[in-house]
Design a binder for this molecule. Structure first.
Ligand code: 6PG
Length: 247
């Protein structure tokens, strides 16, 4: 794989401006090529970090197809819902068609197996037949990194770290509440054209050096290694980057 491209900024405002330009560029390339832009979003502070997209004249919301890198299995209007967070922080402020945002709605399934299968089918509808395309190729996946090195709902030591077949999986034992979650798997994340982590604040510094300087530890965030020609990016602020050994 290509080495990760590290973009470090003096302030969070500079980071969010640059992140918005980056997303718009990825969007433009995708739309020019095939008329649509497929993106997966995460929760945490990520939706807020996308504030540079609000009012940005380059964004063609009608061509976006939005999925979630992971979701907590809670009602869509629950305070823990990543979808609600993205709606509140971003989508309620811009003109994206409702049907372009693919929520993971637990009220439509009897159990987690059915819920993750239903979301996998939703991906198959977007990315064509699973048999034809072994794994979907997202134009962009945006991720956060937890204090334990987790990303999406892929946690240290979990069996899902070696999942190599499913597109979407569920867990019932998240070390961080809520315990039930749906997540994209590594094969999906690692087949994306671009994957970008966003990490800000000094609370990320120790974990960032473990993930980037010591990938041999095998932390969940280190396992994000897009297959060529996919590219991995890190958007970080100076406090998060403070302990990196790399230049
Ligand atoms: C969760 C959190 C978590 C979060 C990371 C990074 O589902 O438990 O949303 O995955 O995204 O901990 O969080 P920040 O981006 O807020 O630092």
């Amino acid at each position: 794989p290509n080495p990760p491209a590290l973009h470090s900024f003096e302030s969070v405002d500079l980071l969010t401006d640059s992140l918005a330009s980056f997303v718009v560029k990825a969007q433009k390339e995708a739309i020019d090529r095939k008329g649509r832009f497929t993106i997966a979003l995460s929760g945490g502070s990520l939706p807020k970090m996308l504030k540079g997209l609000v009012g940005h004249t380059g964004v063609k919301w009608e061509h976006w197809q939005v999925f979630y890198a992971d979701e907590r299995v809670v009602p869509l209007d629950h305070p823990d819902s990543n979808h609600k967070l993205c709606m509140d922080e971003l989508f309620s402020k811009v003109g994206i068609p409702k049907e372009n945002v693919h929520a993971i709605d637990p009220s439509l399934a009897d159990d987690l197996e059915e819920l993750s299968d239903a979301y996998e089918k939703e991906l198959i509808r977007e990315f064509a037949q699973k048999d034809a395309a072994r794994f979907p190729v997202f134009d962009l996946i945006l991720l956060g990194m937890g204090p334990d090195g987790h990303t999406a709902s892929l946690f240290p030591g979990h069996a899902l770290l070696t999942e190599d077949d499913r597109w979407v999986a569920y867990i019932e034992d998240s070390p961080k509440p809520p315990p039930k979650r749906i997540t994209l798997t590594y094969p999906v994340i690692n087949h994306a054209a671009r994957v970008a982590f966003v990490a800000a604040g000094e609370g990320k510094a120790d974990m960032l050096t473990r993930v980037l300087d010591h990938p041999e530890e095998g932390l969940p965030s280190s396992r994000v290694k897009p297959v060529y020609p996919g590219q991995l990016y890190w958007f970080v602020d100076a406090p998060a980057a403070a302990k990196l050994e790399l230049p």
